[in-house]
Design a protein around this ligand. Structure first.
Ligand code: GAP
Length: 434
């Protein structure tokens, strides 16, 4: 974990928020590579949900909504976390975080102290904001889940598009939670992004359970298809006591992180909780049947996905192409997620003919893919620098390139090098990025 946090800062994936003013707990900024990684995750998710299907449409709702939304949805009353306070040092920990409580008790035990805790108190996670310039200002909330924006627009979506039940609405956006104990790098932040699907079905037990089963498998396969190792993922059914107030049934996809098995994405059977709270019904245009649809939700965190993709991709291995087998750091990110798809190098920076050809290739590629340029140091160092940020292919222009109009393409994972004709480069990359 420390290695990832350090690499993330050093190479421009993630920086502590407002760092030059001492930071602010629970907020993170994404650097040039981090924003590419997050955008790639979002792009792949949107493609799998909206572009590849004809039963899902997208929305992008406002972050601040009429506060009545949060009253109706139950968040003002029930969107809470229980908190306990250590009676010795007054540190506060979420009462449901058994590992953290145990860790804290162990720390005191080492000092021959026995930690005892206050009774759990509940704290609401919604973040308040105040709107307007004259007093009294209007109190509102930054959304605590992006979800409600879909429900309040349900009728607008049905009447303005051609969707018919069963159908889904996909959304990506920022969420804010006044978390009591942000931590584990970006894992638990106070500002984060979610990618969510709300899938509406008939109020039917069998059909809704089948839809739930379908989506949980789809979401698990999506993570595996983008390179997360199968053995690092598992499902976990929520106990009744830990279910969110809106959930009839819930299951998490968990990731085997350095700080234990942790929630990656939640699959929730929300029943008619939300639509009935907002007094929304649906009328089947063919049969005239009127009912309150049930909702199956898949809700993933993009920051959490970025962190787990980085952790899963991180490896240190020997480079078989060097005689010494020197160890190198490689981010074995799926090429679709890698910030840079390709890097271009002239073998020598002081040979204008090599630089000129390399620059031409670079300019041709960069209008299609995020392409890096490097002409510093020796080739080995440039390869290692690209390995560390996950660039799948490095192209080197050498003297042979001038004669034969081909280049060396070096693969990040195998370190194998092949010669590819310059005119074939785009189809070579396209084939591997498909
Ligand atoms: N609409 C349902 C919902 O919001 P959730 O289980 O509270 O469900 C869904 O959150 C996902 O959002 C989580 O699985 C996680 O990936 C992400 N998430 C939740 N709280 C987070 C936090 N404090 N920091 C980063 N990501 C978070």
């Amino acid at each position: 974990m420390e290695k990832i946090v350090s690499l993330a800062k050093r190479r421009g994936f993630v920086y502590p928020g407002s760092e030059i003013y001492g930071g602010i707990t629970g907020f993170w900024d994404y650097g040039p590579l981090g924003v590419e990684l997050k955008n790639n995750i979002k792009k792949e998710w949107w493609k799998s949900m909206v572009y590849d299907r004809d039963d899902i449409v997208g929305v992008d709702a406002a972050i601040i909504m009429n506060p009545e939304v949060w009253k109706a949805s139950g968040h003002l009353d029930s969107f809470t976390d229980p908190l306990v306070e250590c009676k010795i040092c007054h540190e506060r920990i979420r009462a449901d975080q058994e590992d953290e409580i145990k860790e804290h008790e162990d720390e005191h035990a080492e000092k021959k102290e026995k930690a005892t805790w206050t009774e759990p108190k509940t704290f609401n996670l919604l973040t308040e904001v105040f709107l307007g310039v004259t007093e009294p200002k209007q109190k509102a909330y930054l959304r605590g889940e992006i979800t409600q924006g879909v429900f309040v627009n349900f009728q607008n979506i049905v009447s303005s598009s051609r969707v018919k039940i069963p159908f889904g609405v996909a959304q990506i956006g920022k969420t804010f939670r006044n978390e009591i104990t942000p931590g584990n790098f970006t894992f638990r932040s106070r500002e984060f992004e979610q990618m969510e699907l709300e899938y509406f079905v008939k109020p039917d037990e069998k059909e809704s359970q089948e839809t739930f089963g379908y989506w949980k498998e789809e979401r698990m396969s999506w993570y595996v298809s983008l390179g997360i190792k199968k053995e690092n993922l598992r499902f976990r059914v929520h106990r009744e006591s830990e279910r969110a107030h809106y959930a009839r049934f819930a299951e998490d996809i968990e990731y085997n992180s350095p700080f234990g098995w942790k929630e990656f994405e939640g699959i929730h059977h929300r029943g008619d909780w939300d639509l009935s709270r907002h007094k929304i019904t649906y009328k089947d245009s063919e049969t005239g049947e009127k009912y309150t649809p049930w909702v199956i939700e898949t809700s993933g965190g993009i920051d959490r996905a970025a962190l787990f993709f980085l952790l899963d991709a991180y490896s240190e291995d020997g480079d078989p192409s060097t005689k010494l087998g020197a160890s190198r750091i490689v981010l074995k990110l799926h090429p679709k997620l890698a910030p840079y798809k390709v890097a271009v190098f002239p073998l020598l920076a002081n040979k204008p003919e090599l630089v000129k050809l390399a620059q031409k290739i670079y300019n041709d590629l960069r209008c299609r893919y995020m392409t890096a340029w490097d002409d510093r140091g020796n080739i080995g160092k440039r390869y290692y620098s690209q390995d560390e940020i996950g660039t799948p292919w490095c192209i080197t222009v050498d003297f042979e390139s001038l004669e034969k109009e081909d280049v060396t393409v070096r693969d990040r994972d195998t370190t194998k090098q092949v010669r590819v004709e310059i005119s074939e480069l785009i189809s070579y990359l396209e084939e591997r990025l498909r």
